[in-house]
Write a protein that binds this ligand. Sequence first.
Ligand SMILES: [Zn+2]
Length: 272
Amino acid sequence: MRSPIRRRLLAGAGVLLALVLAGTWQQLGSAQADRNPADALSRPPTEAAPQDLVLGSADAEQPQTMEEFLTAVTKDVDTYWTGVFEESGLAEPRVTYNWIPAGQTAASACGDESGTLGDSAAAYCMADDTIYISQQFASNIYSGALDQALPGSSQGYGGTTGDFSVAYIVAHEYGHQIQDELGLFQEYGGTLPTMAFELQADCYAGTWAASAYQENRLEDGDLQEALDAALAVGDFNAGSPGHHGTPEQREEAWYSGFQSGDPSACSEYLQA
Ligand SMILES: [Zn+2]
């Protein structure tokens, strides 16, 4: 299962689709890996070489499967936040993660009626201090297969494609774990709407991306992938307690974090 990404890239779109349907596709390669920002929305099938976020040093072995990628991004984000916390004299943040294999479920305090999370999971669960992301969900984000199902992209806002759209989601969920570490849910949970925490988590994802950018580890299309993914997951349920923010609000929150590179500036989203 650990064939090189480039070899997998040569697989045609039909093969890719079949493997996704079989629920076994976990490779990062995609026939839709063109990262030119100008092409990001149309996403023409291409066999262009992947331009990926560099995890660790440029000569370090890069992840070959979605499972490895999720772990590597989480460690990367964790390293960033460990540094931020150290500068503030705080103890190292700690979190557990669970990358649910395709077709399987994981028991969680945040699970459904049966107490489990499955193929649609992408969440930080405060009750068991664990980030859950379904590998199938992450692969579908990577390939854009969920664009018709996500609230923003199904209405023409953005879309998801490529490694950095997945990295955005990982960094966002890790942002919720940071909120938990900082006691923000306890402090503001009773007074502020869900959206405040969601936009702050987007902003936190942006500050991590800024650090990777400063370290020269982003490729040209990565910024656009994150912006398009933030638009894609925005929703329009402004009257609902579960409203996460409109596409524009989520894009703006991520970008403000990316521009400032300063997590403390993300506190603005907790101002009532
Ligand atoms: Zn969230």
